[in-house]
Design a protein around this ligand. Structure first.
Ligand SMILES: Cc1ncc(COP(=O)(O)O)c(C=O)c1O
Length: 405
């Protein structure tokens, strides 16, 4: 195999875990480490003015991509923090307003653990009465069940945009309309959609949205939270100190990281459809290769055809993202094939499980058996993925999973 195709001697197909920083992003951040290093809160000298100008400009760029404004954005260390601080602050505020009565909320068992575990903690505290909405067999939320379970007293619904393990794309446009018509707060974890699909906040009445920069070729350690006006001002503050980020999350802002995130998001936003089509073609090619080699496998999540590009304002969204592909091989435990798969960087269950082969809550929620989960891997693609890499990856998968005749 052509070694030049391999990064770190391995074909990288784990872009849902993280992505490489674009060179333009690294260059954009460079001046803000040791040259223009001022604290943006220092407003008595030019060092501070310079940093504040850079922060303001980066914030405006991010707000423009989301069709919102800077006053509705908070910067965090990543999606996990965005999710946690929003859900905690909102639920605490509503619980107090309700005279310390538990707040009724809906979510799905297929959410990322950042949501699942935060909601569980809030339930354990007695602040939340949490009800789970059923999933469809392809991993998308069952919108009819969500409608059925919505009560007059429901205050919060949290449903992810794109599932990080399966690639299923939830109808967040419809859910946001449903919530908005009933004064329900709708939070979406958009970590796997941001920078990959347009999220028009001026069309979709989403209350809050969380994202992480390193998923769209920005730096690690920075993310964002959008909270629609006037809720940010009405929520109890998450952290206390210098009053940064509208007083909601105090702490000196990471100017270089926010500048890098803005640069990465701008780049991604200029090529959303082009990148989507590119990656969608790569995924289809990989599936064709495996079928041609008669490898026995099943694609989990929605059918690949569901990733046909529809604009975000068209009547229906895609049912899947092409960036994530989850495959179950016929009774072929991945952990017994690691040496054959050594040339491929992939993940099992979810990257957050590291080398833990215990069944992920998402695969369990989808109804996979222990054996099926053990024979399941996730490949995830990125704009830098190439045809040659896909062909080479197909070879590796074929040699790992071909059954003796
Ligand atoms: C859907 C989803 N939500 C949240 C997160 C957490 O992101 P971070 O680790 O950057 O905080 C991830 C990361 O994999 C994710 O895929």
């Amino acid at each position: 195999m052509n070694q030049s195709l391999r990064k770190n001697s391995c074909i990288y197909l784990d872009y849902a875990a993280t992505t490489p920083c674009l060179p333009e992003v690294v260059a954009a951040m460079a001046p803000y480490w040791s040259e223009k290093f001022g604290n943006p809160a220092s407003q008595l000298h030019s060092y501070g003015w310079q940093s504040k100008a850079a922060l303001d400009q980066a914030t405006s760029r991010i707000a423009a991509v989301l069709n919102t404004d800077a006053k509705q954005l908070v910067f965090t260390s990543g999606a996990s923090e965005s999710i946690q601080i929003f859900l905690f602050s909102l639920v605490e505020t509503l619980w107090r307003e309700a005279g310390q009565r538990a707040v009724h909320a809906l979510s799905s068992p297929l959410e990322h653990n950042a949501v699942v575990k935060t909601l569980k903690k809030l339930s354990d505290l007695g602040w939340l009465e949490l009800e789970m909405v059923k999933s469809l067999p392809d991993g998308r939320i069952d919108f009819a069940d969500l409608q059925l379970k919505t009560r007059p007293e429901t205050k919060l619904i949290s449903v992810m945009a794109v599932n990080n393990e399966l690639g299923s794309f939830n109808p967040i446009d419809q859910i946001s309309q449903w919530c908005s018509a009933r004064d329900i707060f709708f939070h979406t974890d958009a970590t796997q959609a941001m920078g990959k699909f347009p999220i028009p906040l001026h069309h979709w009445p989403i209350t809050a949205l969380s994202f992480s920069s390193h998923k769209f070729q920005g730096p690690k350690g920075v993310g964002g939270l959008f909270v629609r006006r006037p809720w940010l001002q009405n929520l109890s503050n998450w952290s206390f100190g210098g009053g940064q980020d509208h007083g909601f999350r105090s702490g000196t802002q990471a100017v270089p990281l926010v500048v890098g995130m803005a640069e990465a998001l701008d780049h991604a936003s200029l090529s959303l459809e082009k990148n989507w089509q590119h990656v969608s073609g790569l995924g289809a090619r990989l599936l064709d290769h495996l079928r041609a080699k008669k490898i026995l496998f099943r694609l989990n999540g929605p059918a690949w055809e569901g990733c046909e590009w529809n604009s975000s304002t068209s009547p229906s969204l895609p049912t899947r993202t092409p960036y994530v592909m989850n495959l179950t091989f016929d009774d072929q435990p991945i952990d017994l094939r690691l040496s054959s798969l050594a040339g491929l960087a992939f993940s099992v269950g979810s990257a957050c499980h590291g080398v833990d082969f215990s069944m992920s809550h998402v695969l369990r929620g989808l109804g996979l058996s222990q054996n099926e989960a053990r024979s399941t891997l996730r490949l995830s693609f990125g704009a830098p993925s190439t045809l040659a890499e896909i062909d080479a990856a197909a070879e590796i998968l074929t040699s790992a999973f071909a059954k003796a005749p």
